[in-house]
Design a protein around this ligand. Sequence first.
Ligand SMILES: C[S@@+](CC[C@H](N)C(=O)[O-])C[C@H]1O[C@@H](n2cnc3c(N)ncnc32)[C@H](O)[C@@H]1O
Length: 268
Amino acid sequence: MVGRQALRLREKSRDREYSAPRFYEIAFELNRKSEVDFLVHCFKRFSRRPVRRVVDIACGTGPHLMRLADRGYEMSGLDLSPRNIQFLRERLARKGHKGELVVGDMSDFRLARPVDAAICMQDSQGHLLKTEQLVAHLQAVGRCLKRGGLYVFDRYMVSSWTNPARRWTWSKRRGRLIVRASFSALNDVDPVSQVFRERMTLEAIENGTRRLYRQTHLSRMIFPQELKTVVELAGGFEFVQWFFGFKPHQVLERSRHPIIMVVVLRKK
Ligand SMILES: C[S@@+](CC[C@H](N)C(=O)[O-])C[C@H]1O[C@@H](n2cnc3c(N)ncnc32)[C@H](O)[C@@H]1O
């Protein structure tokens, strides 16, 4: 059961979370191009203002941020992990891109300059375990967005109650480095708090040396109608559309057994 004790443990282990950015970046280099294509489609189709400046919230090692910068967007990034931000700073500099990168909490942040769009990818909002944090987060995003600008994010969904947990394993190679990854979500779901465990293992093999990185953290699921209510509660946004996955034609209502919802909000 996920309860108070687990929440305390989470606080303690927070500084160790996402502390292997080099391996994470290689392992999770998955469908990023098509996700970024979808984001750009949303910016063009749904924004009421030209999108030039974008903030990537919980940007991690920057898979979306880097690609958007490559496509000419002025990027900012926010993440709780100082290691991720340092890793991304070096990544941006290597490509000659500039950007405001901030270590901070997505439920309470401000940016030096307002943006035309915000994104939050790979269910990163799930790290906010309480509704109040999610409301505060939406209000913080609203404060940094210009009127008519967009907020696009994805959230996992439960597609089965008999066995909600899902597990993936895969390998990626870059040069001499091989990263074997396994990731599982929706473990030990607490039906009341909607909090569950995610487990990630990255095994890196390079020049005959093996390194193992393990992380377990809590995440919270949200249901579509609940999400709409939370958005209403936070205020400042109009609901635009939601999709199953990163496919512009696949509206959530017409999807069978969706496992990810991608939500588009617009700042009023
Ligand atoms: C699943 S990773 C996703 C990273 C990136 N968006 C991607 O698509 O690869 C979640 C990220 O959220 C960050 N994070 C967790 N809690 C956060 C918080 N309260 N505020 C900001 N970032 C947070 C973690 O450091 C991690 O980089």
